[in-house]
Write a protein that binds this ligand. Structure first.
Ligand code: SAH
Length: 264
């Protein structure tokens, strides 16, 4: 899979590509990433990529022309490298887009990739968006100063889903939101020492009894999800992912629906 990123700040991506577990995905080419400096596609001595908004108001707007030139260069490059590839979608990071979630990440992780556009200033000339952008993706209901962090978030989440990237192949299966499992939140985790600041690890985790440990983790997951994201419990129920034992346990949580658990 190949992602092309249009950005005014390609240097922001370097530390992310060379650090941590995801480095493997980019080094092995499981996720191919090509960064495109938008300014290289701007004309004139100053290589302008932005201008004042028509109608007045604060800030600057990204020019359509360099964006289109860069996009066409990417399309050409992709066809040269892989003549059989179907054109991949153009994704713009924007606060008005659809919020990124597990389903979105999974879809991109099984795709041929995309062309990602990182906005800056007040955003892009709307005519470019209307002409070329297939999807707008948001990181959440807040405003960033640029789309680079959103692009890195998407690439990070996609990279860790590639086979062989995480040390423990199965570990992302257990992560929060995984609908293949149940879509519930992950339970709390504990490691050495057994007692830290006088706080002990839940004894069941030290028991070596795998079935009991699995049951405890499942219950913790149910408690935590019921407490913070009851909507995910409802979705899991609808999808038939809650067993009679799960339902019984949820009922036993009582009217408040909560068993206080400091570890979560
Ligand atoms: N005027 C715009 C904000 C522009 S912020 C508005 O109010 O909607 C500059 C750029 O940062 C945007 O073009 C976009 O690419 C990026 N950005 C800002 N917030 C974002 C978010 N929540 N998710 C994804 N990208 C975002």
């Amino acid at each position: 899979m190949r992602f092309d990123v249009i950005t005014l700040f390609p240097e922001l991506f370097a530390p992310f590509l060379s650090a941590g577990i995801n480095r493997r995905a980019f080094e092995t080419g499981a996720v191919e990433l090509k960064l495109w400096q938008l300014r290289d596609y701007a004309d004139g001595t100053y290589r302008r990529v932005d201008d004042r908004p028509f109608g007045g108001g604060p800030g600057m707007v990204m020019l359509a022309e360099p964006l289109e030139k860069c996009l066409l260069a990417i399309r050409q490059d992709r066809v040269l490298k892989n003549p059989l590839e179907k054109p991949v979608p153009v994704v713009l990071f924007s606060p008005i887009g659809q919020a990124l979630n597990h389903d979105g990440v999974e879809k991109w992780s099984q795709s041929d990739g995309a062309i990602l556009i990182c906005g800056r200033y007040e955003g892009l000339d709307q005519r470019f968006i209307d002409t070329h952008v297939d999807a707008q993706v948001s990181l959440g209901d807040f405003v960033l100063s640029g789309g680079e962090i959103a692009a890195i978030a998407l690439l990070d989440a996609v990279a860790r889903l590639q086979p062989g990237v995480l040390n423990d192949e199965g570990s992302h299966q257990m992560d929060s939101f995984n609908p293949a499992l149940d879509g519930l939140l992950d339970c709390g985790h504990f490691t050495r020492p057994e007692v830290w600041k006088g706080i002990t690890v839940p004894p069941v985790l030290m028991s070596g009894h795998h079935a009991e440990i699995a049951k405890w983790r499942r219950q913790q997951s149910l408690v935590l999800t019921q407490k913070s994201r009851p909507d995910l419990i409802a979705s899991a129920r609808l999808a038939g992912k809650l067993s009679p034992q799960d339902e019984y346990f949820l009922m036993s949580l009582g009217a408040s629906g909560l068993v206080e658990s400091k570890s979560n």
